[in-house]
Design a protein around this ligand. Structure first.
Ligand code: CP
Ligand code: NVA
Length: 288
């Protein structure tokens, strides 16, 4: 296995080891030479702040060089076939991260590439985010086993990878969404009532109601209103629960400003942890 496409592609032990390694690298403020004389490509077919900057910094701090390619540059599958892009890039660079639309663009790319491919978000999943999320939860609770994580709102790429990291690490995941999941995961709890879903939660997580590249569905937005993470809803949760959001946030849509920036919020630790988690991932992949 040389790629990192989904959390569920790896054994629970590998995922737990990655999270622990990220925790250690963060404590050590680690700088290394794992990517010395290596080049990592970062392909973005959607916008990014955190993923781009945290990857660039992690690559730099491991002695590597990166080439960032933005939306209009490669146009995977449009200007050139995915197979040809994968073959050509494999001749130039040592590793590639891709943020794109359809998940099968990445799996197809990975099949053809002879270099490691990292999923930097697709319409289906966001595994790098999930590693950082688990690190953030671990830092707060000093364990992952039995931590109750409730995801509220649009059941999307972020909730999918969050659920997968919960399954891998012994956390108990509940998804509370008006949408019926089209790909339910075995072992994940689905609870449509948001109050009930957060009653026992240690972690309450939400994300945008309209993901990048998705069409705005007004009727879904109406159905999502009761899932807004606001101070009233939060009264149904334990006071000790932490608030998470992968960012970017849409204040006063899926979450209110007061909750996003309130005392229970861990969202900026979570954003910082993208860097530490990806540094651990890059070290791991560099040894394969
Ligand atoms: N959370 C996250 O992936 O942020 P960006 O879209 O800014 O990379
Ligand atoms: N679900 C969001 C996550 C952004 C980091 C999206 O795909 O746009």
């Amino acid at each position: 296995m040389k790629h990192f496409i989904d959390i569920s592609d790896y054994s629970n032990d590998v995922i737990k080891a990655l999270i622990m390694s990220a925790h250690q690298l963060k404590k050590d403020n680690y700088r290394g030479k794992e990517l010395n004389n290596k080049t990592v490509g970062l392909i973005f077919e959607k916008p990014s702040l955190r993923t781009r900057v945290s990857f660039e910094m992690a690559i730099h701090h491991l002695g590597g060089h990166c080439i960032t390619l933005q939306q209009d540059e490669i146009q995977l599958g449009k200007r050139e076939s995915i197979d040809d892009v994968a073959t050509v890039l494999s001749r130039y660079i040592d590793m590639v991260m891709i943020r794109t639309f359809e998940h099968n663009y990445i799996t197809q790319f990975a099949k053809r590439a002879s270099i490691s491919v990292i999923n930097g978000l697709t319409d289906l999943s966001h595994p790098c985010q999930a590693l950082a999320d688990a690190l953030t939860i671990y830092e707060h609770f000093n364990r992952l086993e039995d931590i109750k994580v409730t995801y509220l709102g649009d059941d999307n790429n972020v909730s999918r990878s969050l659920a997968e990291v919960c399954l891998a690490t012994g956390m108990i995941c509940t998804i509370s969404s008006p949408k019926q999941s089209n790909k339910p995961l075995t072992g994940v709890h689905y609870e449509a009532d948001p109050k009930q879903a957060i009653e026992q939660a240690d972690v309450i997580y939400t994300d945008t109601w309209v993901s990048m590249g998705a069409k705005t569905d007004e009727s879904l937005l109406d159905q999502l209103q009761p899932y807004q993470l606001n101070e009233t809803l939060l009264q149904s949760a334990p006071k000790t629960a932490i608030i998470m959001h992968c960012l970017p946030a849409h204040r006063d849509e899926e979450i209110t400003d007061a909750v996003l920036t309130g005392p229970q919020s861990k969202v900026f630790d979570q954003a910082e942890n993208r860097y530490h988690a990806q540094k651990a991932l890059l070290v791991f992949l560099s040894h394969l």
